[in-house]
Structures are given as structure tokens and as C-alpha cells.
Design a binder for this molecule. Sequence first.
Ligand SMILES: Nc1ncnc2c1ncn2[C@@H]1O[C@H](COP(=O)(O)OP(=O)(O)O)[C@@H](O)[C@H]1O
Ligand SMILES: [Mg+2]
Length: 268
Amino acid sequence: MTTTQQARAGAGTRPAVEIIGVRKQFAGRSRRAPARLALDGFDLTVAPGEFLCLLGPSGCGKSTLLNMLAGFSHPDGGEVLVDERPVTGPGPDRGVLFQTPMLFPWLSVLDNVLYGPRARHELDAETRGRAVELLETVGLGDARDAYPHELSGGMRHRAAFARVLVNRPRLLLMDEPFGALDAITRVAMQRFLLDLWQRDRITIVFVTHDVEEAALLGDRVCVMSGSPGRTRAVIDIDLPRPRGIADTETLEFVRLKRQIREALDNEH
Ligand SMILES: Nc1ncnc2c1ncn2[C@@H]1O[C@H](COP(=O)(O)OP(=O)(O)O)[C@@H](O)[C@H]1O
Ligand SMILES: [Mg+2]
């Protein structure tokens, strides 16, 4: 069974994410500027363990959606549910990763990873052990006493991963996380993310504007149109797992990329 089929089989049970008829409006920048409707009537369901990519042009509302799932902002209409409960605010059950890795420059890598549990008064020996283990998993076992400025871009990303994963999130929300990396580091991070997902099967909502990245990573790609943001098409990526960069050269991959690109182009 492919992962898409598994995701569909899981869809009959409890969805991990449900976005139902969501509307989000932002006030104009000045008093006279009109309000801006960022999203309207937006629907999306994500199955447990699914890797879903959100793809769309700049300004179509991808970050707005992710911020509502993270609990940083709230819809003006409709519902945003995670594990069948309305999102009311941020929580450690949802790990958020941005383009710029969020690390405190004055804390060592290990202390960055332990920051969340410590702030929630949950720092015990077991959590500390898990943090050390996670740093090994992300290849930073030898860098745990280093400070963020001593790390390369890719290492910083992996430290930010460990910082999120130590909370054992049920949902990973990633907003163009590899957008600022050089091509070689980006491929390494994509491979790292796929290995991690293959192992733990955390539900992932991954925002990107890169067609190839969406097709390589996702079980499904939700192609969005903008002004206001809506679902343009949802495309199943029925390619076998595990996937790697070599798969991007197959005919099937090229066909899927074309299908995604056509859905994007239809919008204009
Ligand atoms: N805090 C905000 N205040 C005003 N307008 C916003 C705010 N956040 C987003 N917008 C507007 O909402 C639309 C969607 O933005 P965003 O979700 O950031 O798009 P994307 O992430 O797809 O590039 C854009 O027109 C943007 O200008
Ligand atoms: Mg964005």
C-alpha cells in the first residue's frame, strides 16, 4: 500500500487537521485602505500521518493558514480543528518551523532544545535524555555545547528541528523552511525530513512555492489560488516511498510536476 492509500485509509477515521470554510480578513494598512480578504471558504482535511504540501503564489494565504493551525491567529469565519478540537492558541502538540530557524543566540544547542520543557516545568531526566538522543539523530551530537553562531545554516535548521521534536508534537507545521538554504543543503534537509517522517509518521503540513519540492515530499499537494486564497486543486503524489532526489528524474515525477504546474498556471 502506498502512503497516499494509507493516508486515505486513515481519512475514514479521525482527521488530524480539518479546515472548514475558513475566512480571514486583514484590516487595510491605513484607515482608507480597503480590508483585504486573505482566505475565503477554504477547506482542507489532512489525515493522520499524512505529508501534505501547500503550494501557491506569494500572497495567496499559505502563511495565514499555517499561523491559524499554529494558534498564532484565528479565523474570522469557519473552523480550524486539530485532532478534532478547535485551535485556541499555540501549544507544544504543534511544532512550527519557519524559514529562519528560531534559536536563542545566548543558549547552547542543548539548552535551546531544552528551553520549551524547562519553560513548562517539564524538564526531567527522561526529557534531557530524549534531547541528547534527538541531537544525535539530527547529527548534532558533537555540537550540543556549541552556540547558534558557531553552526552552519543546515546545522541551525537541524537544531531547530530538535527543539520542536523534543515536545513530541503530533503535527509539524513548516513554512517554506528550506527556502533560504543553498541547493546542496536544501537537498540534505529534504532527505533528513523524509527520513524523520518515514520513521515517526508525524502529520506534516509543509508550505512551499517550489513545485519540485512539493512533488518530492508530499503525499498530496494542495495547489492554492490567491485573492482570496482558495484550493485550486489537490493532487495525489502516488510515487513509492522512500523517495530520494534520484526519483525526481523519472518520467512519472516529471508528469506530476507538469500536472501541478498546470494547476498553478490555470489560475492566471
Ligand atoms: N498581519 C497582516 N496584516 C495585514 N495583511 C496581512 C497580514 N498577514 C497577511 N496579510 C495579507 O494576507 C495575504 C496572504 O498573506 P500570506 O498568508 O502571508 O501569503 P503567503 O504566505 O501565501 O505568501 C496577503 O495579501 C498579505 O498581504
Ligand atoms: Mg508565506
